[in-house]
Design a protein around this ligand. Sequence first.
Ligand code: XUL
Ligand code: CO
Length: 438
Amino acid sequence: MAEYFKEVKKISFKGKESKDPLAFHYYNPEEKIGDKTMEEHLRFSVAYWHTFAAEGRDMFGVESAARPWNSFSDPLDRALTRCDAAFEFMSKLGVKYFCTHDRDLVDEQETLRETNKLLDKVIEHVKEKMEETGIKLLWGTANLFTHPRFMQGAATSCDADIYAYAAAQVKKALEITKELGGENYVFWGGREGYETLLNTNMELELNNLANFLHMAVDYAKQIGFNGQFLIEPKPKEPTKHQYDFDVANSYAFLQKYDLDKYFKFNIEANHATLAGHTFQHELRYARINNILGSLDANMGDLLLGWDTDQFPTNVFENVLAMYEILKNGGIAPGGLNFDSHVRRPSYEDIDLFYAHIAGMDAFALGLKLANKILEDKVLDEFVEKRYNTFNSGVGKKIVDEETNFEELESYIIDKKVSLPKSGRQEYLENLVNRYIFG
Ligand code: XUL
Ligand code: CO
């Protein structure tokens, strides 16, 4: 069998003094942080699409990276070599999970039946590789956005045949995810949204989307797929307006249609920033509602208004993300999936290693620092004090729902009210920085 990354041996932890760029400087899988190892906390996953299928095409140019494993013209050969390269890469990197769309595993054929037949053959090979390496499927999903038939949505299409096609595709994707022991199943609303309301029946589209999700839940029960269902919100791109805008909006949708008990959220950093939120905001919103499921670990470029899907190298942001995960009691059965791709000029295969190492080290450091901040209770104590007027007197009555407007008026009407305590934002930002400075 061909070896695709000959110049790379297994990536190992060498510590922060090491100058080896093909080593981890902070990610030490066995190191215990609190009660779990780094590997157990972080549950890193490689995205099959960006790392093994995509080759650096953008809106203005063709592929910049010719991956040798994608070079076969026969679709079965291509799918098998892509799979071999993927498992070689993940084994050498030491990542224990991957995520995939149905159409990353095989290219679409003339009919759905033919594509499904090809998938069945490739899945056997994927299963063998999974058994051989111990690498597992974090989540599966269906690509309902690349083919032109989905140009106006899939579960929110204006055409019932397209809706049926999407349903059949998700049915098969659920079967595959179950077959591969996938721990979650993701719905990212690829083109579930609209370009203009002039041609759109929003009410019908949202009802149809809810029915679609109910049918998916029912089918999962029928075939005994017990993985966690996840919604991955994104406010725009590719459509002007996506229905699953952000966590709060999507949660309201799930509640309205009685779907909230079946779904949690897969939160992507760059999608959060496109919605005008920080990653931490989305994670916090999900955490306090007990719907934090998994993370698409990447980062955007705040100067650009689109999804750049960069590897997450910003330690400050990663500390805050890990802070939410630790407060959540962990992320399992979710994980940290690198829904990230190398920049188009980073076209050599070795760049895939540099990129993942960068993201893994930056998140490992984020985990260590977040854990220290939590142990030292510095933020907790600050926040606790900030709200301490709610611990007694009128504040306690408010929290306990034991007061009303009249009582609050008589309490305050003659009182000399002082300003609330300083927010101390800069003090706190420096406090987090001081952990980063070491
Ligand atoms: C697109 C995106 C997808 C989903 C899976 O922005 O994030 O790759 O993660 O369909
Ligand atoms: Co994503």
